[in-house]
Design a protein around this ligand. Sequence first.
Ligand code: GDP
Length: 193
Amino acid sequence: NLLRTAHYLKSVHELHQLPPDDSREVAIAGRSNAGKSSAINAICDQNGLARTSKTPGRTQQLVYFQVAPQRYLVDLPGYGYAKVPPGLRDHWRGLIEAYFRTRASLQGLMVVMDVRHPLRDFDRQMLEYGTARGLACHCLLTKADKLPRGQAARALQETRRAVAPGVAVQLFSATSHQGVDEARATLTGWLAL
Ligand code: GDP
């Protein structure tokens, strides 16, 4: 597992704090509680890498994990709408929009969604940012272990039908490790590891 070397590099609140834009990186997005931190930990095979409990203040940052020289995973904050004051939300939106628009190093977008309620507004917005600039997009339907097999398969089919052509969708579980290898393969491919 080439992603096992991932380690925390820095948290970015403002665009000027981004690492030099001459690298390869992938963005991982998800609503609060979707299971994004657990997914990152499972994919990188490191329990404590991404924190699994968050405070609203901490969710307004892009968190950079370095995998290799000039190879990064970027944990994009999700937000709990209810908890975030409007000013912070506007700041977040501006930061994320500018990041997607301008970041040349960005190779792909992974969107982590709870298999029981995929493609909420947040997820659609993220996929819109990604597809708008022609990025490769890959969705994880996580917590697949929480559904009977047939229901999970149905959610997969329905989500595949609902996303734009070319957007990949897979089942995933940080608990059972279903789909972890597939997600890893996508990320290592994007990063050219
Ligand atoms: P985040 O806010 O998106 O980073 O979500 P977390 O990774 O912190 O997960 C939110 C909650 O869902 C936690 O209680 C996790 O233990 C749980 N969870 C995350 N992934 C899975 C999974 O694949 N299966 C199950 N059963 N629970 C999960």
